[in-house]
Design a protein around this ligand. Structure first.
Ligand SMILES: Cc1cc2nc3c(=O)[nH]c(=O)nc-3n(C[C@H](O)[C@H](O)[C@H](O)COP(=O)(O)OP(=O)(O)OC[C@H]3O[C@@H](n4cnc5c(N)ncnc54)[C@H](O)[C@@H]3O)c2cc1C
Length: 341
């Protein structure tokens, strides 16, 4: 029975005709798994007037794209998307099925896993396969991040996992790659749907976009108190960076949750990450370790943050940060330009 299941699938999430970055990253990760298992990599693309996106899915590594292009699929709804994905999975039987851990991806993956009576590993940070047994090895921090657990789904298919944005790397797109587009018919009708999308209201509140920032100045509990934490904002303002922080800082009320970096916050990959007064707990590190250049400032030379830092300064942040602010301000006055691209 299990031998009937072959192939690696990636759910391609698109919003307003634009593919989410995490889906392209998963195509990169899925490509490696498919190559090891010697099976095709397929994308599952649902929506309305989205068929042309198949080309992009192939360019980013897929061999095949299953497309359901229908008005009923225009906006994401658990009911319609779940039914469509389940029909496809029952018909073509993939052995591995990956989803981005976005709001919609998590919603869909859990609904599909329940209906197909299979397992789902959430918020995976590493993926591999045991080729002989064709087992997906989905690893993620567990028990409060104190250990990495590798989770297997031995008895059910497909093996499913969600992966957060920015954890995996997308391949360089190759517009000359060839692939097959398989258009699937759909029997669902709008009248059969129990839910209707009346209106989509976009959240227009001004949000700090940590995920897009090139430079992040992050502060931790080592800053001492809310007043001292303002130095983090001042340094960030001086160099045109975005402010981030640890969970302890968020819990202390020094920063809103949307600026928290880590396992229960954002996973980010800026070009430069300042970690100031941050110990480097695993739950924090999983959210920033893939930054290109990490500068740690901590008074404890044994602090684990130095293990992931590109360079470190051992000393009192309350002395060092004002000096950095002064130096950067003076450099700017001398006409120095800050460019990170
Ligand atoms: C399930 C779970 C999920 C979690 N999710 C997250 C998450 O998403 N993000 C996250 O960040 N944490 C998360 N945590 C919490 C995490 O385990 C740590 O408790 C937290 O990251 C520690 O924050 P911190 O580094 O600010 O504080 P501390 O660990 O208290 O570190 C403060 C550091 O500052 C240094 N220091 C002190 N004074 C100075 C000074 N004057 N100058 C320079 N250095 C100084 C100290 O040497 C120390 O290294 C989670 C925990 C659990 C259990």
């Amino acid at each position: 029975m299990m031998d009937e299941y072959r192939g690696v699938w990636v759910f391609i999430e698109q919003n307003d005709g634009k593919i989410e970055g995490v889906s392209l990253e998963l195509l990169g990760a899925g490509r490696k798994l498919a190559d090891k298992l010697e099976v095709p990599l397929s994308g599952v693309l649902l929506g309305y007037e989205i068929k042309s996106l198949s080309r992009e899915v192939i360019a980013y590594g897929a061999d095949q794209v299953y497309v359901i292009d229908h008005e009923v699929m225009k906006d994401y709804r658990t009911e319609s998307y779940m039914k469509a994905v389940i029909n496809l999975a029952e018909k073509y039987k993939p052995e591995i099925f990956l989803y981005g851990a976005t709001s919609n991806g998590k919603d869909l993956a859990s609904a599909v896993a329940t209906d197909l009576s299979t397992g789902l590993t959430a918020d995976t940070t590493m993926l591999d396969v045991e080729v002989e047994k064709r087992l997906l090895e989905a690893s993620r921090p567990a028990f409060g991040g104190n250990i990495m657990a590798t989770i297997l789904c031995k008895k059910h298919r497909p093996q499913m996992a969600t992966v957060r944005p920015k954890v995996m790397k997308a391949m360089e797109p190759d517009p000359d790659r060839h692939g097959e587009v398989i258009e699937e018919p759909i029997t669902l009708k709008e009248d059969d749907m129990r839910t209707k999308v009346i209106k989509i209201v976009k959240d227009v509140t001004k949000k700090v976009n940590l995920a897009e920032a090139h430079v992040v100045v992050a502060g931790g509990k080592g800053m001492g108190d809310f007043q001292n934490f303002q130095l983090i904002h001042e340094l960030a303002d001086t160099i045109g960076a975005t402010v981030g922080g640890t969970r302890d800082v968020v819990e202390a009320g020094w920063l809103p949750h949307e600026q928290q970096v880590g396992q229960t916050g954002e996973t980010i990959t800026p070009k430069i990450y300042f970690a100031i007064g941050i110990s480097g707990a695993i739950q924090h590190v999983v959210g920033m370790k893939n930054s290109e250049f990490i500068i740690a400032i901590n008074k404890d030379p044994q602090a684990p943050i130095f293990d992931v830092a590109t360079c470190g300064i051992v000393g009192d942040a309350l002395e060092i940060v004002p000096k950095l602010i002064k130096e950067f301000k003076e450099a700017r006055e001398r006409g120095g330009e800050m460019s990170y691209v």
